[in-house]
Design a protein around this ligand. Structure first.
Ligand code: ZN
Ligand code: ZN
Length: 93
């Protein structure tokens, strides 16, 4: 499953979204890193899209959530009776 050209490591950012053009599956990065993310679905490389999913963290228990679809600016999740903090600001495609 090695690519045709030797891809370099790149920053993998939380909130990044990839879609499968064949079946429509979506994935979102919850925790970033530095490497060579190259997800494959339906035997085809998934496409990085311009959208960034918001990630929210609970300051009490440390839970992290992301909104996969249906993003609205007024979304305000609550966990442990506390408003969750925005960790990654989302961006529409
Ligand atoms: Zn697929
Ligand atoms: Zn919590």
């Amino acid at each position: 499953m090695t690519g045709e050209n030797a891809s370099k490591d790149f920053p993998i950012k939380a909130g990044m979204v990839y879609v499968c053009r064949i079946c429509g599956a979506e994935l979102s990065v919850i925790k970033g890193g530095h490497g060579r993310l190259a997800p494959v679905c339906c035997n085809a490389a998934m496409t990085l899209v311009a959208r960034i999913n918001s990630i929210y963290a609970c300051p009490v228990c440390g839970s992290e959530i992301t909104v996969i679809s249906g993003f609205s600016g007024s979304f305000s999740p609550v966990c442990c009776n506390t408003a969750m903090l925005v960790k990654v600001f989302g961006k529409a495609a």
